[in-house]
Design a protein around this ligand. Structure first.
Ligand SMILES: [Zn+2]
Length: 425
């Protein structure tokens, strides 16, 4: 019998958290039998949606094609996010499993909306109007599935957004694991990311948040025990990025406006632009539309001359991001934080402001930064058939999908990552 998989992404979980998790009944049960890789290097920019695609394709963003959370839409306060499965240019692990006739379930895993898996439940994001979540989730899910699981998840509604979202995920997971027993299940929890954004990288809010999530882990384990699938299921806990504490927020579009490179009307609406910042929080893409009055070199020199004031650690060309991080796109430059500055996504407002937790780009901690900085994710693998457990320091996000593919006996050739040999024994 081929093994099953339960892959759980705890957004923004880092290796330091394992100590808290080990004390809890659900996480503790997994950790007591698992191999651990800590200090995992993620992909750049360290943003949720691109990294989640790297986690399932084993590829860097230059190959899978998702280089940001949201679309570059100058002037739009909240651009739509990359959500649709068809946008991913490399095969994801669920797709490879399905080609082998295995059944798959995705619960709110980024970029799986529209995936031809048996069970897909899609999330409604934070910028949607409250009250429309169910309608959006129904639309983003396998026809009929949202209504079918509604009975099982009804106790989640009416909570704080992130708790509601994660409770939906674990109750839906419990229901589907028990009723349909998919060969592979992929679940994405977002609460830890929110807790870090709102209270800082390390705060006393982490423990109660993990306790909340642990109730879900217990339910998922219980469902696997009830069906008898636990002893044949590889369970992994993974994460997309850490976070870094932020001291101030810089509005690069205000800087460009002050230098005549962006024109706005009296209401603050965009009229025209030559240079525009597409923020990824602790990094940002800079787009330049060249004209007789504006060249890329001029914008580069302007940013360089005010680099310290603007909180920019580095300005990289697409060639540099390609060489260093396997990241490419039609942007003109990429700017990286100085280590304590976040870049706002606004068009108007002051040049430099304090953090205000109004948005993930202006919160007291954030991400999007270079993967070698700050606290790093961990990868926990509990394989009931393993003959030895390993504790490795240093790993890569891109190695996780090929490792899982090898354990599940699915061919995954030609991706950027490689199976982690110590985890195959
Ligand atoms: Zn994330």
């Amino acid at each position: 019998m081929k093994p099953k998989l339960l892959m759980i992404s705890l957004d923004a979980m880092v290796g330091e958290d394992l100590e808290i998790m080990a004390q809890l009944p659900g996480f503790g049960e997994i950790l007591s039998r698992a191999s651990v890789v800590d200090q995992v290097i993620t992909t750049y920019p360290s943003l949720t949606h691109p990294v989640h695609v790297s986690l399932l394709t084993g590829c860097y963003p230059d190959r899978h094609g998702i280089i940001s959370n949201d679309y570059f839409l100058p002037g739009a306060p909240y651009a739509p996010w990359y959500e649709d499965y068809s946008l991913v240019r490399e095969p994801m692990l669920p797709q490879l499993l399905m080609e082998q006739g295995r059944t798959c379930c995705s619960i709110c895993w980024p970029l799986t909306i529209g995936m031809p898996a048996q069970w897909v439940l899609g999330r409604a994001w934070i910028h949607e109007h409250r009250g429309t979540e169910k309608e959006i989730m129904r639309r983003n899910s396998t026809p009929g599935l949202f209504d079918e699981v509604s009975e099982a998840v009804q106790t989640c509604w009416g909570r704080e957004h992130y708790e509601e979202s994660d409770m939906f995920c674990y109750l839906a997971g419990e229901y589907i694991l028990e009723k349909y027993r998919p060969d592979a299940t992929f679940i994405h929890f977002v609460l830890m990311d929110h807790i870090r954004h709102a209270y800082g990288v390390f705060s006393d809010k982490l423990k109660p948040a993990y306790q909340f999530l642990d109730q879900g882990i217990v339910k998922l384990l219980h469902a696997l025990k009830k069906t008898g699938d636990l002893e044949n299921t590889i369970i992994c806990l993974t994460s997309d990025h850490g976070q870094i504490d932020v001291k101030r927020v810089v509005n690069l579009n205000r800087f460009f406006t002050d230098h005549g490179l962006i024109q706005v009307d009296h209401d603050g609406k965009l009229v025209d632009w030559n240079a525009y910042c597409h923020s990824g929080s602790l990094s940002a893409y800079i787009y330049v539309r060249e004209s007789e009055h504006c060249s890329k070199e001029q914008v580069y020199e302007l940013l360089k001359s005010r680099q310290v004031q603007l909180g920019i650690g580095e300005i990289m060309t697409p060639k540099e991001t390609q060489d260093r991080y396997h990241l490419t796109g039609v942007y003109s430059f990429m700017v990286e934080t100085d280590g304590c500055t976040s870049f706002s996504g606004s068009l108007t407002g002051e040049l430099i402001t304090c953090t205000d937790n109004q948005d993930y780009r202006t919160s007291v901690a954030g991400h999007g930064h270079q993967p070698e900085k700050g606290a790093k994710p961990a990868f926990v693998l509990c394989n009931p058939k393993a003959t030895q457990r390993a504790h490795l320091s240093g790993g890569r996000v891109i190695d996780q999908a090929p490792t899982l593919a090898a354990l599940l006996d699915v061919p995954m050739n030609g991706c950027d990552g490689r199976p982690i040999q110590e985890l195959l024994r």
